[in-house]
Each structure stands twice: as structure tokens, then as C-alpha cells.
Design a protein around this ligand. Sequence first.
Ligand code: SF4
Ligand code: SF4
Length: 420
Amino acid sequence: MKHSIDQETVGPFAEPMASAIEACVHCGFCLPACPTYNVLGQEADSPRGRIVLMKQVLEGELDEQDIAPHIDRCLGCLACESACPSGVPYRDLISPFRSRNSVKKSFLVRLRDKLISLTLPFPGRFRWALRLASCSRFLAFLLPGPFRPMAELVPKKIPSYQPLKDRYPAKGEKRCQVALLAGCAQQVLAPKINQFTIELLTEYGVEVVVPGNQSCCGALDWHNGGLKQARKLAENNLSVFPADVDWIVTNAAGCGSGMKEYGVLFEGTDHQSEAKKIADKTIDVSVLLSQLDFSKRAVGRPQPKTLRVAYHDACHLSHGQHVRSQPRALLQSIPGIELLGINNTEMCCGSAGTFNIDQPEIANQLGQSKAQAIADSGAEFLVTGNIGCIVQIQNHLQKLGSPIKVMHLVEFLSRHSSLA
Ligand code: SF4
Ligand code: SF4
């Protein structure tokens, strides 16, 4: 089977893609875990269905255009990987497949995608685009169809720019040195997440450096088929992130997962081994805080009253990086926290990069279900580790009229005693 894939269309990705396809035994255990299969109920919109369709395209039996709607509807949430008993590495298949970029899209969709690719990964441009969109909010009804979901996502208030210093020394004895990936959209939508991350880490004896000329991690482009730009952005990061730091810390699930995929992104290039080293050094802030015994700080600071908290698993933390227990353990280490479960917790909230712009109907259904499950949990606070999930869940909780406050884990860990 490996040899029947047309090597020319997938280049250096042929081998990992063929291995992923070959590993699937078509058992169907992944189907109930897949958000689009849950919403649409069709085999072609399931992981197993998509694997078969991609295989047929790669072997020249099907035209890519015919299967494009099913591939476009994949959130890239990787829930299928977690559910798969055969260990099919779905991520090795979907992004390389999309990077072939041979599907014809309408002019407006191409224009919208180009606009996203030229603004969202660049904080300065993204901030200006949001300001412009915010000022012309009343004209949103004039936007053509593919652009309308973007208008809904423009926040009412855009936080002011908060520049970061190059270096933040550790408080007390220095235990390690890390470099922080500042993120692109997150820096603009919620700059306080980086501030809280730096405060927590330095308090734990971590020196934090923030390479000033770093780029977006490239995940947004990589997951949307923009291989060239993803590599360009990531290549810059390979050159500016110091090789001698102990860790590269991320505080957005999608970015962390994206950096951990650098080895695949640079498959077959001269940068591959360097990219793998960066991927191995990448760590989510919750995992590092767990290693730094955060619980010792929390003990001795009793809560004035019990806070009911639910934790939402961002897909690119749980499925993408297998980080589930550490954020929960950090929350449980705070006295007076009641940690509540959310029904169907492993199901995506529908944010998934730009999915809520590209596939607004499915994203809305998933967002509504997630918001309802959170409201049913009885929580006062919803804590998570990804800016995309924060925006999506906040929007849908507001639509439900729920008063639940949504915040990033580092914000909750920093502010919990003032929240009670
Ligand atoms: S669970 Fe794994 S092996 Fe089974 S159909 Fe899904 S991807 Fe294939
Ligand atoms: S990545 Fe998510 S949406 Fe795509 S096939 Fe897997 S489970 Fe379904």
C-alpha cells in the first residue's frame, strides 16, 4: 500500500501518511469520539471515513474536490487519536493532506482565508484589524457570507497593548530558565495571560526570557493547509528561540501542540533535527507548574469560601499533548476548590483555530452543547488552557444567559484568593 501513494503530491510526507493509513484497522472505535460524526452522523464525516477517503485520493481513485467538504469539516481536534486502540497518528495524515492545497475554493473563501493568514498570526496587524472591525461593527450585515462569522467574533473591548520585556529574572533562587512563546491572537485578545504566566513562573524561581523577534508558531497555517507560511514562521522561531534554555513554555494549547509538531512540519528538510529539539523542549505552563510543586504555594492560603470550578479540556492539550491530570491537580491543590466534572468533557467546543469562521453551523452546535454541559455542571468558574476555547465558550455561555466566569488556568491560579 505504501508504494501506491502518489509520492509527488505528498513529497516527504508520503512515509508518515502511508504509515497512518496502514495503521487503521477500520474498527470504528473512534466514531463516537468524533465531534463531526456526532453532529452529522455520516461515515464520511468520521475519522475512519476520512482516512479511507484520503487514502483513495492519494492512490488516485478519487478526486480530491469530491471529498473536500468532509476534509474541510474535520476540526483537527485529535479526539480520534485518543480513542483509537491501534494508535493511528491521525495528525500525521490530516495536515500534510491539507497542505497539498489542490482544492478549488470560491473567490470569497480564498480572499477570507488569505486575510486571516495575513493578519491573525501577526499581533500588530491583528490588533489593527480588530480595531477596524470593531469601529465598523454596525456595517457587519453588509459583509458577504464567508466573512460574517468573523464579525461575530470581534470582541466588544480590545485590551490595550502590553509589551513584554526580553527577560524576567527568577525571584529567589533560580531553578531553571525558560523561553516563553508569547502567542499571536492571545497576545492581542488577552495579554494578561502572558503577564500571569510570567508572574507565576518567576515566583517559582524560573527565569523567563521572551525572544522579541519570535513569530506565531505556525499552527494556524499548518492546520489549514498553509505549509509554506507555517514553515516560514516556524523557521524564524527555530532561529530565535535559544537552544540552551531548559524549556520553551506555551500557554495556549493550540500553540503548544503546534510546536510539538515541528518535527512533522519540517519532515524531509534540513531543519528537521533542529525542529525536533524545539518540539521536545516545548512544555505547557500547567505541566511545568506541576513540576515546580505549585501545590506548596497554595497550601497555607485558605479560601474565604468554597469556589465551584469546572475544568475544560482544550483538545490540543488533552488529545494533542496528553495533558489532562496536571491542570486538575493544580486546581485541586488550592484549599476550598470544588472541582466539578463536565459531561462529555473530551468533546471539542467547536473553536478549533478558525473552524468557527469556516464552519459556523457545526461550530455553533458544538459551542452550544459545551456551554450547556458547563452550565449543567453547577460551576461558578470555567477554567481552561486555550484562548480559542475561552472566546468560544464565553460567547456561548453569554448566549445561554449564564453568569459563569471563564478564565485561563494561570489567571485562576494567580487570582483565586481574590475571587472568593
Ligand atoms: S479507532 Fe483507529 S483503527 Fe479504528 S477506525 Fe478509528 S482510526 Fe481506524
Ligand atoms: S480530528 Fe476531530 S473532527 Fe477530525 S476526524 Fe478526528 S475526531 Fe473527527
